[in-house]
Structure formats: structure tokens, C-alpha cells
Design a protein around this ligand. Sequence first.
Ligand code: SAH
Ligand code: SF4
Ligand code: F3S
Length: 440
Amino acid sequence: MRPSPPPRTYRVKSFGCQMNVYDGERMAELLAQQGITPAPEGEEADLVVLNTCHIREKAAEKVYSDIGRLRRVDGTAPLIAVAGCVAQAEGEEIMARAPAVSMVVGPQAYHRLPAMIADAVAGKRAVDTDMPAETKFDALPARRKVGPSAFLTVQEGCDKFCTYCVVPYTRGAEVSRPFKDLLAEAQRLIDAGAREVTLLGQNVNAWRDEGNRGLEKLIEALAAIPGLERIRYTTSHPNDMTQGLIEAHRDVPKLMPFLHLPVQSGNDRVLKAMNRSHTVGSYLEILDRVRAARPDIALSGDFIVGFPGETDAEFEDTLRLVERVGYAQCFSFKYSARPGTPAAEMDGQVPLAVMDERLARLQAALNASQLAFNRASLGKSCEVLVERRGKLAGQWLGKSPWLQSVHFTGEAAIGDLIRVELVEAGPNSLSGRLLQPAHG
Ligand code: SAH
Ligand code: SF4
Ligand code: F3S
């Protein structure tokens, strides 16, 4: 590679889960600390970080087309760093297939970006997909300015090895960040403007501190911080859903009544083949206890249709489960065979057309469930955390405690908690009537 001038502007593009969004924000802060500034809207950046996701096929293919699109008409390109889970899984392959890329950096090594940029400027390409003992979190600069709702990664990695999933390979083993570091980062987020913090982890409820305290203890400690008004957490695994955490939904008012608890399938044979280590029955039993603790809780989940060997009847079991639970929102996906995972080698791969049909039926059921949940909220009075302006004059957008998008018109400002009555419901949002125009 030819040497290039040091980059003055950057752009970070994040794909995939909320943790990747968080990582993208942290990389941006790291670049800013180096004196590199965000490229103005519509202008080309000197350095582009593609923060990639490997969870499904299209996600990985997208990276190569994005790299191609960065090439200028004269054949040159900005400095390109590929980060995230595709970087971790296919580092060497990216280097071979995309000569325009000068840096490949995995999700556990991105604090080393500044050194890699220096190398790239000198004309040296580099791959760093280590999972070093020193943690990136200790090497990252403090947060400066954040919106009213901020992410905080508390746990990373996965030891569960569901047979379809790449995350245990791309993110590594389950690691929890220390209690006191998290309290300090939460305080910095609040100082930087956050009023709501969402605790993130691939299995967030597997978080444990050195003294074996569970996530509910962290939530209790965060709830005691003045200025922090709302706490959320995602994504949880059914097997780590302890009674202590369930009871926090009853005992900690700042913990919002929302639980994202993926189940993937409504059939026990499929769950076993997925190595989910829970059954439909044990999942429903957890939800019963959650609802006993917090009757108004909004439930959410993830589903995969067309796992190898899934029959029509087994898929119908998933539809039945959806009906039974009454989800407030959900994500559903067609199974995607990921190289290196056990499921990719299984017999009975389901044809695409069958998956398409199942996904359409599942999504229709989930949409109906979501609309029913939103309709059942009508007439309720609740606080909305204002996140941004709406399209219409005087209109604001924010989130209800149940994570519904709510728009309303009236006097407010970003970051306010505004009391509204929910008066209209669609499948994806509600409209609210201002009850209390004071600043919260
Ligand atoms: N740790 C979380 C989810 C992480 S991945 C959990 O276990 O619940 C987010 C979602 O992507 C998963 O819940 C699953 O529904 C989906 N997913 C993961 N691998 C997939 C694959 N190979 N094909 C299709 N969907 C997949
Ligand atoms: Fe993937 Fe399963 Fe781990 Fe979730 S629990 S990240 S689906 S292996
Ligand atoms: Fe994608 Fe990696 Fe997140 S594969 S979903 S970015 S953990």
C-alpha cells in the first residue's frame, strides 16, 4: 500500500446489534481524541470505519459492496478500516479479497485503532483480531456528549453456543465488566446528557461481578444515581433469568417494564436442535413469574423460521406460542446458514420459498400482536422520554415506559420526561395528548 496523508475526518458506519452501535460510538470518540473530526454530512471522509455484523448472510455480503462503493472515480479510496464481527470472523479473507482495506480490527481490539491508523498512513496494512487480556474499556476515552437515551455495555460474549449462531466465535467468551467501572461510566453518561441508560450484553443477564452479584444489584445501584431516570437492559437469555432479576421489575421503579427475552422457536424438538437449553414450557414459566412481579410488563423476543429440519407442524407451534404470549414487539428472521456453525452442516436445510412463506405468516401474527398491545395501552397516562423533534411543527418523538414510540405536540425539549395520555394507536407508534406541559 502507498503511504497516505494522516486522516483529518472520519465516518463510522455501524451495522448489526445495539452493541455494535455502542462500539461504533466508542470508536468515534477514540478517533476524536486523536484530533480526527467527523466528516460533514454529504462530504467524503478521509477515514471510513465499516463496523460490520456477521449474524446473517446479507450482513457480510454488504461489507464487500460497501467497500466497492467507497472507491472514487480516479480509482483511489479513503483509508478503510473494517471492524466488528465480520472483521473478527473473516479478517484474512477481507485482506485478500479487498485490497482497498488497510485495517481489519475485531470487536475486542478496536482500542488499538490509533496505532493501526499510524501504520496505515505509513503504508502498512494490518489485521488485529486478538482478544487481548487488557480490556478495550480501560483504553477508551470518556464519553463527551450523548443523547437522552444512552447505551452502556456491561457484558460481552457468549458461552451458550446455539447451533446456528456466530456470536460465540466473533465476540468470544462471556466477560462481565467490573461494577465500579460501570457505575463510573453511567455517571459520565448522565453528566454528558443521558437520562436513560440501556445496559447491553450478548447475554446481559449473565452479568456477574467479582463478588458474584447479579445484574439486579447493578440495576439497584444505578437506580440510586440522581439524574438517571430510566434503566433498561438487553438482550437476556432465558437460562440467566434469575428470580432476583425478575423481582427487580417489582422493586425498582426506575427499571422500565420491558423485557426482551428471545425464544427462537415454539417447538421443543427444534429448541433442542438449536441447543437453546430451555423448553417452551420453561420459557412460559419464566414469563409467568415476570408477569407476577410486574403485571404491565411489555414482552419482546426473537424468532428464527426455517431452522434445518423444521416441519410445518413445528413452525405452527411457533405461531401458537406468539398467540399465547401476546408480545409487544418482536424480531423475526429467516434462518441463515453461517459457515463454521453446527447447524450449517445439518440435514434438512429448508428451501428459501418455504422460509419466505413462514416468515410472512409469523410477521403477520407478530404485527397483529403488537397492534393489540398498543391498542390496549389507549387511555393510559405515562411519561414519555423525549428523544427528538417530529416531522410536524411542534411535534416531539419519544419512548413510553413500554418502549413504544410516542409522538405528541406541545411545549417540550429533548431529554424531558413528559406526561401524556395515549390516545391513538398504530402498529408501530402511538400518539399522545400532553397532560403536563412542565419541563421534567
Ligand atoms: N444473545 C441473544 C441474541 C443474539 S443474536 C440471544 O441468545 O437471545 C440476535 C438474534 O439473531 C438471535 O436472537 C436470533 O434470533 C438471530 N440469529 C442469530 N443467528 C442467526 C442465524 N444464523 N440465522 C438467522 N437468525 C439468527
Ligand atoms: Fe447466539 Fe445463542 Fe449466544 Fe444468543 S445465546 S448470542 S443466539 S449463541
Ligand atoms: Fe452482528 Fe456481531 Fe452484533 S454478528 S448482531 S454485530 S454481536
